[in-house]
Design a protein around this ligand. Sequence first.
Ligand SMILES: *[C@@H]1O[C@H](CO)[C@@H](O)[C@H](O)[C@H]1NC(C)=O
Ligand SMILES: *[C@@H]1O[C@H](CO)[C@@H](O)[C@H](O)[C@H]1NC(C)=O
Ligand SMILES: *[C@@H]1O[C@H](CO)[C@@H](O)[C@H](O)[C@H]1NC(C)=O
Ligand SMILES: *[C@@H]1O[C@H](CO)[C@@H](O)[C@H](O)[C@H]1NC(C)=O
Ligand SMILES: *[C@@H]1O[C@H](CO)[C@@H](O)[C@H](O)[C@H]1NC(C)=O
Ligand SMILES: *[C@@H]1O[C@H](CO)[C@@H](O)[C@H](O)[C@H]1NC(C)=O
Length: 499
Amino acid sequence: MRSALFSFNTRHFLVVVCTLYLTSCCNGEPASVAAGDSSSNDGGGGAPMESGEKAALFSAIQGFVGNLWNGSDLYPDPCGWTPIQGVSCDIFNGLWYVTELSIGPVHDNSLGCGPKVEFRPQLFQLKHLKSLSFFNCFIKHPVSIPPNNWGNLGPTLQVLEFRSNPGLTGQVPTSLASLVNLQSLVLIENGLTGGLPANIGNLANLKRLVLAGNRFNGRIPESYGLLSKMLILDLSRNQLSGPLPSTFGGLTSLLKLDLSNNQLQGNLPSVIGNLKNLTLLDLRNNKFSGGLTKSLEGLTSLEEMALSSNPIGGDLMGLQWHKLQNLVVLDLSNVGLAGLVPNSVAELKRLRFLGLSDNNLTGKLLPELATLPCLSALYLNGNNLTGDIQFPDVFMGKLRRRFGAWGNPNLCYPLEMVSPSNAPYGVKPCQLGEEEDVKLLKLNANSKWEKRGNITNVGQNDSGGFIMASWGSPSLAICGVWWVLLVEIVVVVLCSGSC
Ligand SMILES: *[C@@H]1O[C@H](CO)[C@@H](O)[C@H](O)[C@H]1NC(C)=O
Ligand SMILES: *[C@@H]1O[C@H](CO)[C@@H](O)[C@H](O)[C@H]1NC(C)=O
Ligand SMILES: *[C@@H]1O[C@H](CO)[C@@H](O)[C@H](O)[C@H]1NC(C)=O
Ligand SMILES: *[C@@H]1O[C@H](CO)[C@@H](O)[C@H](O)[C@H]1NC(C)=O
Ligand SMILES: *[C@@H]1O[C@H](CO)[C@@H](O)[C@H](O)[C@H]1NC(C)=O
Ligand SMILES: *[C@@H]1O[C@H](CO)[C@@H](O)[C@H](O)[C@H]1NC(C)=O
């Protein structure tokens, strides 16, 4: 168990690292240099800060932190030798100006917000502000995003973020659309309500729009489909309803589309197949219907397709699944699918997770699924699959608890093929009624053993068990850790290379 946990974490870690890397690349913004980092300021060689700018900075911060915070006392030279955590500066025409302002407890010595928070007009007088972000700042007293003054920041502001501010309520002001140079608008996990402003769709430079985890309702504006430079669009975890606009076919640069956990309905528009660079499509927990549109097979870059818990209906037969060669995660659980699982699903060589649970699928389980080299989770529970599970013991041993087949009343597993520890949960062993069946089964089983050699014992002690054994030996304990790590990395590398 320990090794299983460890391996999961390692893999997870790598995924996280990759994701971070991708996100930072896709952002198109260089990593910001905090004022605390001496490198950003040394170049100034004692250049002064514009006095109006300094006063505006102090006052703006005081509005968030509280009146007891006295900037000129604490930080007489905020862009120089008394840097403020969360404030970055740059020189324009020989004078220091603030380029980034980040409020909230990100680091130990960050600017934390006081109990009463206000947006002072001075905030909008910072002439070269490129990035403004708030994290965990508006908690108790409800505050709204100010309706005016954003136009002042229009020429410079590229990044605006409000993260985890439960006290940030009210609607998104339409005046945010005056931030014409905005590349990233992130309003995640706040208490925002109302509809999504349609004129955000005019922000042609937007690459990331994240409005997840609020209480937005109404429809997704069609204008969002005009954002052809958009890379990441996340409107998940709101109360959005209505259709997925067909204008979304215009989001041709899009890498990630997450609309999960809303009440969106209607057909999946066929224009969705235009999104050739899309790697993530997450529409889980909505009310989409009308079957799986054939154009989904045009999403050739797709790595994760998660459509679970939608009344989509239809079947799997209409799509040539093998065209989605990059698919790593395919989650089609609880979408009302009927019929057979086509062979083309078993040609998705990079697949790690396949979820088809809680549908109305019928027919036999494809034995070819066991040949997918990276498959490590397979959920088929809650269907009407029939016959015997023809998966080799090694495969069952690899998946263990990540194999779900219960709730298929007419499914069974051949007792002879699967070692007791790998027996699938909630599936009965095949009942051998007639003598004919017994002979047939034995024949089958025997031929399988021959092909795979003497694998019976190995199956019971899979690689996990082997690793455990090396952990157990004290002299090898340290090696064991590295060995596990090495194996995991090799597995990940092999898989990302060959799968
Ligand atoms: C900050 O402190 C200085 C004296 O060190 C004082 O003159 C000034 O009025 C104070 N400012 C605020 C806003 O309290
Ligand atoms: C899709 O990705 C490729 C490779 O990264 C890139 O060259 C191309 O410009 C992208 N297409 C769009 C429409 O952004
Ligand atoms: C499965 O099909 C049966 C009969 O056609 C139907 O009654 C049932 O609601 C379906 N179940 C699901 C989960 O779609
Ligand atoms: C499951 O499939 C069998 C035929 O293979 C059929 O007789 C039975 O009614 C189905 N059960 C459900 C719940 O659809
Ligand atoms: C498996 O190995 C045992 C000895 O370890 C041997 O007796 C048996 O014949 C082998 N079975 C097969 C199918 O090779
Ligand atoms: C696994 O191997 C260990 C020794 O390496 C052995 O003690 C144990 O009985 C084996 N487990 C099974 C299920 O065969």
